[in-house]
Design a binder for this molecule. Structure first.
Ligand code: 6PG
Length: 268
């Protein structure tokens, strides 16, 4: 039985405003983690949606750069494509160009997934890197301070694609996942690890995501075809940062135009 979760969704008129809200969340989450525990561990996604957020975080003219405790931030990836870092499809490569090349984040604090390696080797090395950084023992698993996710128009998140092995992985921290329909392999954090994070947020934009988002939140529970439904954080809280186009099929507080926020209970 899936865990009951309160979903809060905040809706903005434009993707630029979603990026600003995401940059604000990133900065606040990093700051509160450092205040509580002396360091912040954040796992980010790839794809296209987070790029504008990264650019805002790196922009010294914007109010976010100065708020991020870069020296005390440990940056991880939720998933990676099996390509080298300089490849156009590399999630690490995208983040490096949009943010890492422009911020004082120590190289030792950047924990990328080595997409250039054999996916099984890359996932094991990434798992070992996480174990070392979190000083995990035995079957202990990591608690990230913030995990930022996206959603594909097929309902995948991270690299947890419909009808793939990784959906059923409960014991590992990170795995290699064969994605037959794309004839490729991906390396991804597993959903139990994502659900253990102190805070989990989806960044989703565009009309192309409207129907799948409605189905994931309001449709029947079927994670085999909608893996994003596996994301039910242990904290009981899950947030979505959305633009109006993506949120168009979700319940709207009576007569409110974006920006607004609303919530709904995921019971089943
Ligand atoms: C990836 C991502 C993936 C992404 C979704 C949404 O490697 O592709 O981590 O899970 O978040 O595919 O991608 P867009 O933001 O490009 O729509």
């Amino acid at each position: 039985m899936p865990r009951a979760v309160t979903v809060t969704y905040a809706v903005w008129p434009t993707p630029a405003q979603v990026a600003a809200a995401a940059a604000d969340l990133f900065a606040s989450s990093a700051t509160s983690a450092v205040n509580s525990r002396g360091l912040a561990r954040i796992a980010i996604s790839g794809g296209t949606t987070p790029k504008a957020m990264f650019a805002l975080l790196a922009d010294r003219g914007q109010p976010y750069f100065a708020r991020v405790p870069w020296e005390k931030l440990q940056l991880f990836w939720v998933d990676e494509r099996t390509v080298p870092p300089e490849h156009k499809d590399s999630n690490y490569g995208m983040t490096k160009a949009a943010m890492l090349d422009h911020v004082p984040l120590p190289a030792a604090n950047i924990h990328r997934i080595e997409g250039e390696l054999d996916p099984e080797v890359a996932s094991s090395r990434y798992e070992a890197e996480i174990r070392t950084n979190f000083r995990l023992e035995g079957a202990e698993t990591p608690t990230f301070d913030l995990v930022l996710l996206g959603m594909g128009d097929d309902g995948h998140t991270a690299s947890l694609f419909p009808h793939t092995e990784a959906i059923h992985e409960l014991g590992r921290i990170a795995v290699a996942n064969r994605v037959e329909k794309m004839d490729t392999w991906r390396v991804t954090l597993t959903w139990p690890v994502i659900n253990q994070a102190r805070e989990v947020a989806f960044l989703i934009e565009g009309a192309g995501k409207r129907d799948i988002l409605r189905d994931v939140l309001l449709g029947s529970y079927d994670p085999e075809t909608k893996p994003s439904q596996l994301i039910r954080p242990a904290s009981g809280r899950l947030s979505f940062l959305l633009d109006a186009a993506a949120a168009a099929a979700l319940p709207t507080p009576s007569g409110e135009a974006p920006p607004y926020s609303a919530s709904l209970e995921l019971k089943r």
